[in-house]
Structure formats: C-alpha cells, structure tokens
Design a protein around this ligand. Sequence first.
Ligand code: SF4
Length: 373
Amino acid sequence: MKYVDEFRDGEAARGLAAAIAAEVEPGRDYYLMEFCGGHTHAIFRYGLPELLPGNVHMIHGPGCPVCVLPVGRVDMAVELARRPEVILCTYGDLLRVPGSRRRSLQTAKSEGADVRMVYSAADSLQVARDNPDREVVFFAIGFETTTPPTAVVIQQAAAEGLANFSVVCNHVLTPSAMRAILEAEDAAPRIEGFVGPSHVSTIIGSAPYADFAAEYAKPVVIAGFEPLDVLAAIRMLVTQVNAGRAEVENEYTRAVTPEGNTKAQGLVEAVLETREAFEWRGLGSVPRSALQIRSEYAAFDAERRFGLADSRPRENAACICPSVLRGAARPTECTLFGTTCTPDNPIGSCMVSSEGACAAYYAYGAEREAVAG
Ligand code: SF4
C-alpha cells in the first residue's frame, strides 16, 4: 500500500475483522492491551470495537505522556513557573493538566506566571536566546519519541554557552512501564498480549521488547496508527495467543526496524541516563523507567539548578485516572465522566490530552464501550 487512505479502507477492515472472528476460539475471551493513546483513539475513531468479535476485549494502556505525569510533577512545573525570573516552556497539552487543588500551568499563567506553549524543544531554546536576562526552563515530557529533540537542545545550549537555559527532564521509557502494568495486581491476570507503540518503536526499534515478551510470556505486535494496522496487529496477537507463542512481531514494517533509529539513540545516550526510579501516575514508582540529565550537562538540569524535588501531591480522590492508566478500569466507570469531568472542564489528565482514554471515550461515544465489553 502507498497512500494513507488505503490503510482506512472499509472493505479491507471488514475482511480483517472476519479473519479475526474466524480465528478466535469460541468460549474463550481475549484481553489485549493497546499501550499507546494514539491506538486508543484510532480504535474509537474508526469504530473498531463494533468490528471485533465480542470475545476480543481491548484494554487501554498508559501510553499518553501527559496522562502518566504524576500530580507532584505538575505541581513542580507550577511552582517553577511562579518564580519571577523564570519563563517556563512546555507542550500545549500539559498546560491544562490539573495539579494539587486543581492548579495548572494555565491557572498560573492567568495569575501572571510567564508560561509559554512551544511546539518543539527547539522553540524553547529560541526563547532562551531571545531573553538573555531571564531563566528559560523547558519542561520536557514524553516517551522515547520526543526524547532525542530534548537531548539535542541540551547539546546545542552547551555548544552556544547559553547560561540561562535548563530542562526538567520527565522523559519516560515504554518497556519499563509495560513490566509495571503486568506486575500491577489488579491488571496483570487479564492481559494476554500487547499492541506495541508505533512512534516509540521507530526510535527504539522492536528488539527492546524481546526480553519483556519472553520473561512475561506475553506477545507484542508493534502496529501503525491506521485502523488496518490495528486490526492486523490484533489478528497477529490472536494467532500467537492461540498458538501459545509470546514473540515480538512487527506489523509496522514501513517505519520500524529491529534496531530502530541508532543515531537518535546515540544522541540520547550522550546526554541522558536512566533514573533509578520515577513516579508514574497509576503505576507508582517504577524502577529504571525514566531518564535524567547526565552530570556532564548538570548546568542545564533545572532540577539541580533550582533544587527541585517531588512534592506531596493532593490527588482528586474521585478521579480514577490511575486505574484507567494501568488498564484496571474503563473511563465510564468513573462517576465524574461526562458530567463533572469533560474536555472543557477536565478533572484528571486522561480527559485533557488528545491521547487520553477518557478524552477518547468522550469524543467518540461512550456507548461503544458496551460493544467493546
Ligand atoms: Fe479522571 Fe475525568 Fe477520567 Fe474520571 S473521567 S478518570 S475524573 S479524567
């Protein structure tokens, strides 16, 4: 196939759905997690639950960078932004994520904090060049896909001797999160296989999932974001589950290789290193699941520069985002869903982000959940 429309062809989708229906064993339920929020949105946007047999259940995973950032880190961003000398730059989705007492970067901005939405890490570097008398902090979030640009701007700042630029590094690692999901007591028994991330895998490749698949005996099929990609991956997972196999397969061969983007990996390796542990919303403290800035670049590490530390956050007890993120609950199980909590008035991060599961349910109709089962 050559054009994107071909990956959205209805007749081909129905053909794949029929193939899945022919392969599933009657009387047996299949619980498969799509790790990535982009897949969750594709599944709902294209109505895939209606196409799937009733015994194939898609569980939504934590692959949404904004959603997994814990409240304590949101509070850290807000506190940093309130310092008069700071210009805080970050990606748009994060601005609306509520921290403790529902304070967000957006509310801090409305109170006078200098918070700027950027479209890229490079934009924040330009803000630093343009404002030499201010401290410009890039609050970097994201999975492996957005990590290389963060490493590049730190290297560039060092090369230019930009003394007023620093980064809070919140970049997280996918394979560690997949392990944590399976080790969460309330989610582990149900998940039989993973639809693996597409964009993340273009960077890290398919090979890093191999140990995970073998250790936990769970198949992983890396898939693109188009509906036919997702259906093909589900079929490949059903085939593996039926055969008792737990291998890494790659449906997204047009973009993902076993070794990934080695140049990007080299850039990241030069600037960032693995943290001992990192707090995730929904998963708690996960060992070796995030990156921090190497000591060689300590001058650009905002956590050291400003003496930042994780705070004791106040979570909204009624928001079940943590359970949604580890696949233990569906958004519609939340009593606030669609009433108190909507995209215009988000209570939790899963309703804010374009990749959040609650936002997907709200945008594409919660009634589909009944079909998804
Ligand atoms: Fe949290 Fe809102 Fe989702 Fe409920 S609907 S889990 S309050 S984000």
